[in-house]
Design a protein around this ligand. Structure first.
Ligand code: GBH
Length: 481
Protein backbone atom coordinates (compact mmCIF):
# COMPACT_ATOMS: atom_id res chain seq x y z
CA UNK A 1 0.00 0.00 0.00
CA UNK A 2 1.20 3.51 -0.79
CA UNK A 3 2.02 5.69 2.21
CA UNK A 4 -0.55 8.35 3.02
CA UNK A 5 0.11 11.75 1.42
CA UNK A 6 1.41 14.42 3.77
CA UNK A 7 2.75 17.93 3.87
CA UNK A 8 5.62 19.01 6.15
CA UNK A 9 5.00 21.04 9.30
CA UNK A 10 6.71 24.09 7.80
CA UNK A 11 4.62 24.08 4.61
CA UNK A 12 3.79 27.73 3.82
CA UNK A 13 0.11 28.11 3.03
CA UNK A 14 -2.21 31.06 2.83
CA UNK A 15 -4.13 33.27 0.43
CA UNK A 16 -3.40 35.58 -2.49
CA UNK A 17 -4.74 38.87 -3.87
CA UNK A 18 -3.54 41.64 -6.20
CA UNK A 19 -3.43 45.41 -5.77
CA UNK A 20 -5.78 46.61 -8.49
CA UNK A 21 -8.28 43.86 -7.72
CA UNK A 22 -8.73 44.79 -4.03
CA UNK A 23 -7.33 48.18 -3.04
CA UNK A 24 -9.60 50.90 -4.42
CA UNK A 25 -8.42 54.36 -3.28
CA UNK A 26 -7.09 55.27 -6.74
CA UNK A 27 -6.14 58.83 -5.77
CA UNK A 28 -5.21 58.46 -2.10
CA UNK A 29 -1.79 59.62 -0.92
CA UNK A 30 -0.60 60.59 -4.38
CA UNK A 31 -1.29 57.46 -6.40
CA UNK A 32 -1.49 57.97 -10.18
CA UNK A 33 -3.31 55.91 -12.83
CA UNK A 34 -2.17 52.49 -13.93
CA UNK A 35 -3.03 51.03 -17.36
CA UNK A 36 -5.98 49.28 -15.70
CA UNK A 37 -7.48 52.57 -14.46
CA UNK A 38 -7.43 53.93 -18.00
CA UNK A 39 -8.47 50.64 -19.63
CA UNK A 40 -11.57 50.45 -17.43
CA UNK A 41 -12.59 53.92 -18.65
CA UNK A 42 -12.84 52.67 -22.24
CA UNK A 43 -16.43 51.66 -22.95
CA UNK A 44 -16.98 47.95 -23.53
CA UNK A 45 -13.75 46.68 -22.02
CA UNK A 46 -15.16 45.46 -18.68
CA UNK A 47 -18.19 43.13 -18.80
CA UNK A 48 -20.27 45.02 -16.22
CA UNK A 49 -18.79 48.46 -16.94
CA UNK A 50 -17.11 48.60 -13.52
CA UNK A 51 -13.56 49.40 -12.39
CA UNK A 52 -11.25 49.13 -9.38
CA UNK A 53 -12.09 52.54 -7.88
CA UNK A 54 -13.53 50.98 -4.70
CA UNK A 55 -13.14 47.21 -5.15
CA UNK A 56 -12.70 45.71 -1.65
CA UNK A 57 -11.47 49.04 -0.29
CA UNK A 58 -8.46 47.20 1.08
CA UNK A 59 -6.29 50.32 1.02
CA UNK A 60 -8.36 51.47 3.99
CA UNK A 61 -9.04 48.04 5.48
CA UNK A 62 -5.66 46.44 6.00
CA UNK A 63 -6.56 45.61 9.59
CA UNK A 64 -9.78 43.86 8.52
CA UNK A 65 -7.91 41.83 5.91
CA UNK A 66 -5.33 40.75 8.45
CA UNK A 67 -8.11 39.78 10.87
CA UNK A 68 -9.63 37.62 8.12
CA UNK A 69 -6.29 35.95 7.44
CA UNK A 70 -5.94 35.21 11.13
CA UNK A 71 -9.45 33.81 11.29
CA UNK A 72 -8.58 31.54 8.33
CA UNK A 73 -5.39 30.41 10.18
CA UNK A 74 -3.23 31.51 7.21
CA UNK A 75 0.53 31.33 7.64
CA UNK A 76 1.24 33.53 4.64
CA UNK A 77 -0.32 36.23 2.49
CA UNK A 78 0.61 36.96 -1.09
CA UNK A 79 -0.37 40.44 -2.26
CA UNK A 80 0.93 42.83 -4.90
CA UNK A 81 2.15 46.41 -4.85
CA UNK A 82 0.72 49.14 -7.01
CA UNK A 83 3.78 50.59 -8.77
CA UNK A 84 1.94 53.89 -9.38
CA UNK A 85 1.43 54.34 -5.63
CA UNK A 86 5.17 54.07 -5.07
CA UNK A 87 6.44 55.92 -8.15
CA UNK A 88 3.32 57.61 -9.58
CA UNK A 89 4.91 58.47 -12.93
CA UNK A 90 6.76 55.18 -12.92
CA UNK A 91 10.20 56.10 -14.27
CA UNK A 92 13.68 55.89 -12.80
CA UNK A 93 14.03 59.69 -12.77
CA UNK A 94 10.55 60.32 -11.40
CA UNK A 95 9.93 61.06 -7.71
CA UNK A 96 9.28 58.29 -5.19
CA UNK A 97 5.99 58.85 -3.38
CA UNK A 98 6.86 58.30 0.29
CA UNK A 99 3.28 58.00 1.62
CA UNK A 100 2.50 55.23 -0.90
CA UNK A 101 5.68 53.36 -0.04
CA UNK A 102 5.13 53.80 3.72
CA UNK A 103 1.65 52.36 3.40
CA UNK A 104 3.07 49.06 2.17
CA UNK A 105 5.91 48.94 4.69
CA UNK A 106 3.37 49.49 7.46
CA UNK A 107 1.11 46.77 6.05
CA UNK A 108 4.02 44.34 5.99
CA UNK A 109 4.88 45.23 9.60
CA UNK A 110 1.26 44.61 10.58
CA UNK A 111 1.24 41.21 8.85
CA UNK A 112 4.43 40.18 10.59
CA UNK A 113 3.07 41.36 13.94
CA UNK A 114 0.10 39.06 13.32
CA UNK A 115 2.44 36.15 12.61
CA UNK A 116 1.71 36.09 8.86
CA UNK A 117 4.55 35.76 6.34
CA UNK A 118 4.31 38.34 3.55
CA UNK A 119 4.91 37.28 -0.06
CA UNK A 120 5.21 40.41 -2.18
CA UNK A 121 4.42 40.50 -5.90
CA UNK A 122 6.06 43.52 -7.49
CA UNK A 123 3.93 43.51 -10.63
CA UNK A 124 0.44 42.11 -11.08
CA UNK A 125 -0.45 43.82 -14.39
CA UNK A 126 -0.92 47.44 -13.19
CA UNK A 127 1.82 49.33 -15.05
CA UNK A 128 1.94 53.09 -14.33
CA UNK A 129 -0.12 54.52 -17.18
CA UNK A 130 2.40 57.27 -17.72
CA UNK A 131 5.02 54.75 -18.87
CA UNK A 132 2.63 53.37 -21.45
CA UNK A 133 1.93 56.87 -22.74
CA UNK A 134 5.54 58.07 -22.48
CA UNK A 135 7.29 55.30 -24.37
CA UNK A 136 4.97 52.39 -25.09
CA UNK A 137 5.35 50.65 -21.73
CA UNK A 138 6.21 46.96 -21.94
CA UNK A 139 7.05 47.23 -25.65
CA UNK A 140 10.07 49.44 -24.98
CA UNK A 141 12.93 47.21 -23.89
CA UNK A 142 15.54 49.79 -22.93
CA UNK A 143 13.23 52.08 -20.97
CA UNK A 144 10.97 49.49 -19.38
CA UNK A 145 13.71 47.19 -18.15
CA UNK A 146 15.57 50.06 -16.47
CA UNK A 147 12.43 51.57 -14.95
CA UNK A 148 11.27 48.25 -13.56
CA UNK A 149 14.71 47.52 -12.13
CA UNK A 150 14.70 50.90 -10.41
CA UNK A 151 11.22 50.35 -8.98
CA UNK A 152 12.27 46.92 -7.69
CA UNK A 153 15.35 48.41 -6.01
CA UNK A 154 13.23 51.06 -4.28
CA UNK A 155 10.97 48.32 -2.88
CA UNK A 156 13.83 46.01 -1.78
CA UNK A 157 15.53 48.91 0.03
CA UNK A 158 12.34 50.00 1.80
CA UNK A 159 11.33 46.50 2.91
CA UNK A 160 14.72 45.64 4.37
CA UNK A 161 14.71 42.31 6.17
CA UNK A 162 10.93 42.14 6.47
CA UNK A 163 10.10 40.35 3.21
CA UNK A 164 11.48 36.85 2.55
CA UNK A 165 9.54 36.06 -0.64
CA UNK A 166 9.36 38.26 -3.72
CA UNK A 167 7.56 37.53 -6.99
CA UNK A 168 8.87 39.72 -9.82
CA UNK A 169 5.99 39.31 -12.29
CA UNK A 170 2.61 37.65 -12.11
CA UNK A 171 1.78 35.64 -15.24
CA UNK A 172 3.80 37.34 -17.97
CA UNK A 173 1.79 35.20 -20.43
CA UNK A 174 -1.30 37.23 -19.57
CA UNK A 175 0.48 40.59 -19.87
CA UNK A 176 1.79 39.56 -23.30
CA UNK A 177 -1.06 37.60 -24.89
CA UNK A 178 -4.10 39.21 -23.32
CA UNK A 179 -2.55 42.71 -23.34
CA UNK A 180 -1.01 42.63 -26.85
CA UNK A 181 -2.62 39.81 -28.86
CA UNK A 182 -6.29 39.36 -27.98
CA UNK A 183 -6.63 42.83 -26.44
CA UNK A 184 -8.78 41.38 -23.65
CA UNK A 185 -6.62 42.95 -20.91
CA UNK A 186 -4.94 46.35 -20.54
CA UNK A 187 -3.50 48.00 -22.52
CA UNK A 188 -5.79 46.21 -25.00
CA UNK A 189 -3.60 46.20 -28.11
CA UNK A 190 -4.44 43.76 -30.90
CA UNK A 191 -4.41 43.31 -34.67
CA UNK A 192 -8.19 43.09 -34.36
CA UNK A 193 -9.19 46.62 -35.40
CA UNK A 194 -12.64 46.21 -33.84
CA UNK A 195 -10.83 46.09 -30.50
CA UNK A 196 -7.87 48.39 -30.94
CA UNK A 197 -6.72 51.11 -33.32
CA UNK A 198 -3.13 49.94 -32.96
CA UNK A 199 -1.28 46.71 -32.34
CA UNK A 200 0.26 43.70 -34.09
CA UNK A 201 -0.77 40.38 -32.58
CA UNK A 202 1.81 38.52 -34.65
CA UNK A 203 4.78 40.37 -33.14
CA UNK A 204 4.07 42.49 -30.08
CA UNK A 205 3.27 39.71 -27.58
CA UNK A 206 6.63 38.05 -28.23
CA UNK A 207 8.49 41.35 -27.80
CA UNK A 208 6.63 42.05 -24.55
CA UNK A 209 7.37 38.56 -23.22
CA UNK A 210 11.05 39.05 -23.98
CA UNK A 211 11.13 42.41 -22.21
CA UNK A 212 9.36 41.00 -19.16
CA UNK A 213 11.96 38.22 -18.91
CA UNK A 214 14.78 40.76 -19.07
CA UNK A 215 13.14 43.02 -16.49
CA UNK A 216 12.67 40.01 -14.20
CA UNK A 217 16.31 39.00 -14.61
CA UNK A 218 17.61 42.52 -13.92
CA UNK A 219 15.55 42.78 -10.74
CA UNK A 220 16.83 39.37 -9.59
CA UNK A 221 20.43 40.46 -10.25
CA UNK A 222 19.92 43.60 -8.16
CA UNK A 223 18.28 41.59 -5.40
CA UNK A 224 21.09 39.06 -5.31
CA UNK A 225 23.93 41.59 -5.53
CA UNK A 226 22.64 44.31 -3.26
CA UNK A 227 20.10 42.80 -0.87
CA UNK A 228 20.00 39.03 -0.57
CA UNK A 229 23.05 38.74 1.69
CA UNK A 230 21.96 41.47 4.08
CA UNK A 231 18.22 40.84 4.12
CA UNK A 232 17.85 37.18 3.21
CA UNK A 233 14.94 36.00 1.18
CA UNK A 234 14.14 34.50 -2.19
CA UNK A 235 12.85 35.76 -5.49
CA UNK A 236 11.16 34.16 -8.47
CA UNK A 237 8.68 34.72 -11.30
CA UNK A 238 5.11 33.38 -11.25
CA UNK A 239 3.90 31.58 -14.38
CA UNK A 240 0.38 30.49 -15.19
CA UNK A 241 -0.17 27.09 -16.74
CA UNK A 242 -3.03 24.64 -17.15
CA UNK A 243 -2.54 20.90 -17.61
CA UNK A 244 -2.96 19.62 -21.15
CA UNK A 245 -4.16 16.08 -21.84
CA UNK A 246 -4.02 14.78 -25.42
CA UNK A 247 -7.50 14.61 -26.95
CA UNK A 248 -6.61 11.15 -28.27
CA UNK A 249 -3.82 9.65 -26.16
CA UNK A 250 -3.29 7.02 -28.91
CA UNK A 251 -2.50 9.67 -31.52
CA UNK A 252 1.13 10.83 -31.28
CA UNK A 253 0.15 14.08 -33.04
CA UNK A 254 -2.18 14.92 -30.14
CA UNK A 255 0.44 13.88 -27.60
CA UNK A 256 2.91 16.24 -29.32
CA UNK A 257 0.34 19.01 -29.49
CA UNK A 258 -0.35 18.76 -25.73
CA UNK A 259 3.38 19.01 -25.04
CA UNK A 260 3.64 21.96 -27.44
CA UNK A 261 0.83 23.77 -25.62
CA UNK A 262 2.74 23.42 -22.33
CA UNK A 263 5.77 24.85 -24.09
CA UNK A 264 3.90 27.80 -25.62
CA UNK A 265 2.39 28.79 -22.27
CA UNK A 266 4.88 27.71 -19.60
CA UNK A 267 8.24 27.04 -21.24
CA UNK A 268 8.08 30.32 -23.19
CA UNK A 269 9.19 31.86 -19.88
CA UNK A 270 10.52 28.94 -17.85
CA UNK A 271 12.97 27.63 -20.48
CA UNK A 272 14.82 30.98 -20.65
CA UNK A 273 14.83 31.18 -16.84
CA UNK A 274 16.19 27.63 -16.38
CA UNK A 275 18.02 26.99 -19.68
CA UNK A 276 18.74 30.43 -21.18
CA UNK A 277 16.81 29.80 -24.42
CA UNK A 278 13.31 29.61 -25.91
CA UNK A 279 11.74 26.21 -26.66
CA UNK A 280 12.54 24.80 -30.12
CA UNK A 281 8.82 24.37 -30.87
CA UNK A 282 8.29 28.13 -30.50
CA UNK A 283 11.34 29.05 -32.57
CA UNK A 284 10.15 26.67 -35.28
CA UNK A 285 6.69 28.22 -35.54
CA UNK A 286 7.43 31.89 -34.79
CA UNK A 287 10.83 32.14 -36.48
CA UNK A 288 12.25 35.68 -36.41
CA UNK A 289 9.11 37.05 -34.77
CA UNK A 290 10.35 35.54 -31.51
CA UNK A 291 13.19 37.80 -30.30
CA UNK A 292 16.68 36.36 -29.82
CA UNK A 293 18.60 36.61 -26.56
CA UNK A 294 22.05 38.13 -26.98
CA UNK A 295 24.69 36.01 -25.19
CA UNK A 296 24.75 38.54 -22.32
CA UNK A 297 20.95 38.50 -22.02
CA UNK A 298 20.81 34.71 -22.08
CA UNK A 299 23.41 34.53 -19.31
CA UNK A 300 21.49 37.06 -17.24
CA UNK A 301 18.14 35.30 -17.58
CA UNK A 302 19.47 31.76 -17.10
CA UNK A 303 19.34 30.76 -13.44
CA UNK A 304 17.23 33.75 -12.38
CA UNK A 305 14.74 31.86 -10.17
CA UNK A 306 15.28 31.04 -6.50
CA UNK A 307 11.91 29.27 -6.68
CA UNK A 308 9.26 28.53 -9.30
CA UNK A 309 6.00 30.44 -8.71
CA UNK A 310 3.11 28.40 -10.09
CA UNK A 311 -0.42 29.65 -10.77
CA UNK A 312 -2.75 26.83 -11.70
CA UNK A 313 -6.51 26.55 -12.16
CA UNK A 314 -7.69 24.05 -14.75
CA UNK A 315 -7.00 21.51 -17.51
CA UNK A 316 -7.85 21.01 -21.19
CA UNK A 317 -7.71 18.38 -23.92
CA UNK A 318 -5.52 19.24 -26.88
CA UNK A 319 -6.14 18.22 -30.47
CA UNK A 320 -3.63 18.71 -33.27
CA UNK A 321 -4.66 20.62 -36.39
CA UNK A 322 -3.34 19.97 -39.88
CA UNK A 323 -3.45 23.49 -41.33
CA UNK A 324 -0.61 26.03 -41.13
CA UNK A 325 -0.75 28.31 -38.06
CA UNK A 326 -2.13 31.83 -38.52
CA UNK A 327 0.38 34.65 -37.86
CA UNK A 328 -1.49 35.60 -34.68
CA UNK A 329 -1.60 32.03 -33.31
CA UNK A 330 -0.21 31.83 -29.77
CA UNK A 331 -1.38 28.32 -28.82
CA UNK A 332 1.11 26.34 -30.91
CA UNK A 333 -1.14 25.43 -33.85
CA UNK A 334 -3.69 23.27 -32.02
CA UNK A 335 -7.16 23.28 -30.51
CA UNK A 336 -8.17 23.13 -26.84
CA UNK A 337 -11.37 21.32 -25.86
CA UNK A 338 -13.24 20.26 -22.72
CA UNK A 339 -14.09 16.80 -24.13
CA UNK A 340 -11.75 14.00 -25.09
CA UNK A 341 -12.09 11.68 -28.07
CA UNK A 342 -13.49 9.03 -25.71
CA UNK A 343 -16.18 11.49 -24.59
CA UNK A 344 -14.75 12.19 -21.12
CA UNK A 345 -15.44 15.67 -19.78
CA UNK A 346 -12.57 17.55 -18.17
CA UNK A 347 -14.71 18.78 -15.26
CA UNK A 348 -17.86 20.65 -14.23
CA UNK A 349 -18.64 24.18 -15.40
CA UNK A 350 -17.86 27.23 -13.26
CA UNK A 351 -18.67 30.92 -13.71
CA UNK A 352 -15.41 31.32 -15.67
CA UNK A 353 -15.72 29.99 -19.23
CA UNK A 354 -12.06 28.85 -19.19
CA UNK A 355 -12.13 27.09 -15.82
CA UNK A 356 -13.25 23.51 -15.09
CA UNK A 357 -11.91 21.67 -12.05
CA UNK A 358 -9.62 18.70 -12.66
CA UNK A 359 -7.51 17.97 -9.59
CA UNK A 360 -5.47 15.19 -11.19
CA UNK A 361 -4.18 17.68 -13.77
CA UNK A 362 -2.59 19.69 -10.93
CA UNK A 363 -0.62 16.65 -9.76
CA UNK A 364 0.46 15.90 -13.32
CA UNK A 365 1.53 19.47 -14.05
CA UNK A 366 3.52 19.72 -10.81
CA UNK A 367 5.39 16.60 -11.94
CA UNK A 368 5.83 17.94 -15.49
CA UNK A 369 7.39 21.19 -14.19
CA UNK A 370 9.50 19.38 -11.62
CA UNK A 371 10.88 16.96 -14.23
CA UNK A 372 11.54 19.54 -16.93
CA UNK A 373 13.26 22.07 -14.68
CA UNK A 374 15.35 19.82 -12.48
CA UNK A 375 13.20 19.62 -9.38
CA UNK A 376 13.03 23.32 -8.43
CA UNK A 377 11.43 24.46 -5.18
CA UNK A 378 7.84 25.28 -6.18
CA UNK A 379 5.51 27.72 -4.47
CA UNK A 380 1.96 27.52 -5.76
CA UNK A 381 1.15 31.21 -5.81
CA UNK A 382 -2.50 30.88 -6.95
CA UNK A 383 -5.15 28.17 -7.17
CA UNK A 384 -8.90 28.49 -6.84
CA UNK A 385 -12.27 28.54 -8.57
CA UNK A 386 -15.40 30.55 -9.29
CA UNK A 387 -18.86 28.94 -9.00
CA UNK A 388 -21.49 28.99 -11.69
CA UNK A 389 -24.25 31.39 -10.66
CA UNK A 390 -22.71 32.20 -7.26
CA UNK A 391 -23.42 35.92 -7.61
CA UNK A 392 -27.14 35.20 -8.06
CA UNK A 393 -27.53 33.39 -4.73
CA UNK A 394 -28.90 34.87 -1.50
CA UNK A 395 -26.18 35.43 1.10
CA UNK A 396 -26.99 32.48 3.36
CA UNK A 397 -26.76 30.03 0.45
CA UNK A 398 -23.77 31.73 -1.11
CA UNK A 399 -21.77 31.23 2.08
CA UNK A 400 -22.26 27.44 1.77
CA UNK A 401 -19.80 27.13 -1.13
CA UNK A 402 -19.51 23.34 -1.14
CA UNK A 403 -18.36 23.28 -4.76
CA UNK A 404 -15.34 25.45 -3.82
CA UNK A 405 -14.66 23.28 -0.74
CA UNK A 406 -14.58 20.23 -3.01
CA UNK A 407 -12.26 22.01 -5.44
CA UNK A 408 -9.76 22.88 -2.71
CA UNK A 409 -9.99 19.41 -1.21
CA UNK A 410 -9.24 17.79 -4.58
CA UNK A 411 -6.48 20.21 -5.54
CA UNK A 412 -4.67 20.40 -2.20
CA UNK A 413 -4.70 16.60 -1.91
CA UNK A 414 -3.42 16.31 -5.49
CA UNK A 415 -0.55 18.60 -4.48
CA UNK A 416 0.21 16.50 -1.38
CA UNK A 417 0.21 13.41 -3.64
CA UNK A 418 2.70 15.08 -5.99
CA UNK A 419 4.96 15.85 -3.04
CA UNK A 420 4.63 12.49 -1.32
CA UNK A 421 4.64 10.14 -4.31
CA UNK A 422 6.14 12.02 -7.28
CA UNK A 423 9.10 13.67 -5.55
CA UNK A 424 7.92 17.21 -6.33
CA UNK A 425 9.53 19.82 -4.05
CA UNK A 426 6.43 21.93 -3.48
CA UNK A 427 6.86 24.13 -0.41
CA UNK A 428 3.95 26.54 -0.35
CA UNK A 429 0.42 27.19 -1.56
CA UNK A 430 -1.66 30.37 -1.78
CA UNK A 431 -5.38 30.00 -2.48
CA UNK A 432 -6.93 32.50 -4.89
CA UNK A 433 -8.45 34.43 -3.34
CA UNK A 434 -8.76 35.68 0.22
CA UNK A 435 -11.93 37.51 -0.81
CA UNK A 436 -14.12 38.26 -3.82
CA UNK A 437 -12.58 41.05 -5.86
CA UNK A 438 -12.40 42.85 -9.20
CA UNK A 439 -12.08 39.97 -11.68
CA UNK A 440 -10.47 42.10 -14.43
CA UNK A 441 -12.46 42.15 -17.69
CA UNK A 442 -15.19 40.06 -15.98
CA UNK A 443 -15.85 42.81 -13.43
CA UNK A 444 -17.53 41.85 -10.14
CA UNK A 445 -19.96 39.23 -11.47
CA UNK A 446 -17.40 36.44 -11.04
CA UNK A 447 -16.32 35.70 -7.48
CA UNK A 448 -13.18 33.79 -6.48
CA UNK A 449 -13.05 34.58 -2.75
CA UNK A 450 -13.18 32.27 0.23
CA UNK A 451 -14.72 35.36 1.84
CA UNK A 452 -17.75 37.09 0.37
CA UNK A 453 -17.49 40.85 -0.16
CA UNK A 454 -20.73 42.82 -0.03
CA UNK A 455 -20.12 45.49 -2.68
CA UNK A 456 -23.37 47.27 -1.95
CA UNK A 457 -23.05 46.99 1.83
CA UNK A 458 -19.88 48.90 2.63
CA UNK A 459 -17.53 46.16 1.34
CA UNK A 460 -18.18 44.08 4.44
CA UNK A 461 -16.47 40.64 4.34
CA UNK A 462 -18.17 37.34 5.29
CA UNK A 463 -16.17 34.08 5.42
CA UNK A 464 -17.66 31.33 3.26
CA UNK A 465 -17.51 27.65 4.19
CA UNK A 466 -14.30 27.27 2.12
CA UNK A 467 -12.51 29.85 4.31
CA UNK A 468 -12.56 27.37 7.18
CA UNK A 469 -12.26 24.22 5.07
CA UNK A 470 -8.85 25.15 3.65
CA UNK A 471 -7.35 25.42 7.13
CA UNK A 472 -8.87 22.05 8.07
CA UNK A 473 -7.45 20.40 4.94
CA UNK A 474 -3.95 21.76 5.59
CA UNK A 475 -4.00 20.91 9.28
CA UNK A 476 -4.96 17.32 8.50
CA UNK A 477 -2.20 16.96 5.89
CA UNK A 478 0.45 18.66 8.04
CA UNK A 479 -0.29 16.73 11.20
CA UNK A 480 2.81 14.79 12.30
CA UNK A 481 1.99 11.10 11.99
C1 GBH B 1 -5.25 34.52 -12.41
O1 GBH B 1 -4.94 34.18 -13.74
C2 GBH B 1 -4.84 35.94 -12.10
O2 GBH B 1 -3.51 36.00 -11.67
C3 GBH B 1 -5.75 36.59 -11.07
O3 GBH B 1 -5.48 37.96 -11.01
C4 GBH B 1 -7.19 36.30 -11.42
O4 GBH B 1 -8.10 36.96 -10.60
C5 GBH B 1 -7.39 34.81 -11.33
O5 GBH B 1 -6.56 34.20 -12.28
C6 GBH B 1 -8.80 34.35 -11.64
O6 GBH B 1 -9.10 34.60 -12.98
O7 GBH B 1 -10.75 34.32 -21.21
O8 GBH B 1 -10.03 32.68 -22.81
O9 GBH B 1 -8.84 34.77 -22.63
C7 GBH B 1 -5.33 32.88 -14.10
C8 GBH B 1 -4.88 32.47 -15.49
C9 GBH B 1 -5.06 32.84 -17.79
C10 GBH B 1 -7.03 32.67 -16.50
C11 GBH B 1 -5.84 33.50 -18.90
C12 GBH B 1 -7.84 33.34 -17.59
C13 GBH B 1 -7.98 33.87 -19.88
C14 GBH B 1 -8.62 32.92 -20.78
N1 GBH B 1 -5.66 33.11 -16.50
N2 GBH B 1 -7.23 33.11 -18.87
S1 GBH B 1 -9.64 33.75 -21.95
Amino acid sequence: MQPESKLPADFLWGFATASYQIEGAPHDDGRADSIWDTFCRQPGKIADGTNGDVACDSYHRGAEDIALLTECRAKAYRFSLSWSRIIPLGGRNDPVNEPGLRHYVQFVDDLIAAGIEPMVTLYHWDLPDNLDKRYGGLLNKDEFVQDYAHYARVVFAAMGTRVKYYVTFNEPWCSSILGYSTGYFAPGRSSDRSKSAAGDSSREPWIVGHNLLLAHAHAVKIFREEFKQKTGGQIGITLNGDYMYPWDPEDPRDVDAAQRKHEFSISWFADPVYFGKYPDSMRKQLKERLPEFSPEEAALVKGSNDFYGMNHYTANYVKHVDSEPAPEDFLGNLECTFESKAGENIGPETQSPWLRPNGLGFRKLLKWISDRYGRPAIYVTENGTSLKGENELPLDRLLQDDFRVQYFDDYIRAMADARTHDGVDVRGYMAWSLMDNFEWAEGYETRFGVCYVDYTGGQKRYPKKSAKAIGDIFEALMKQH
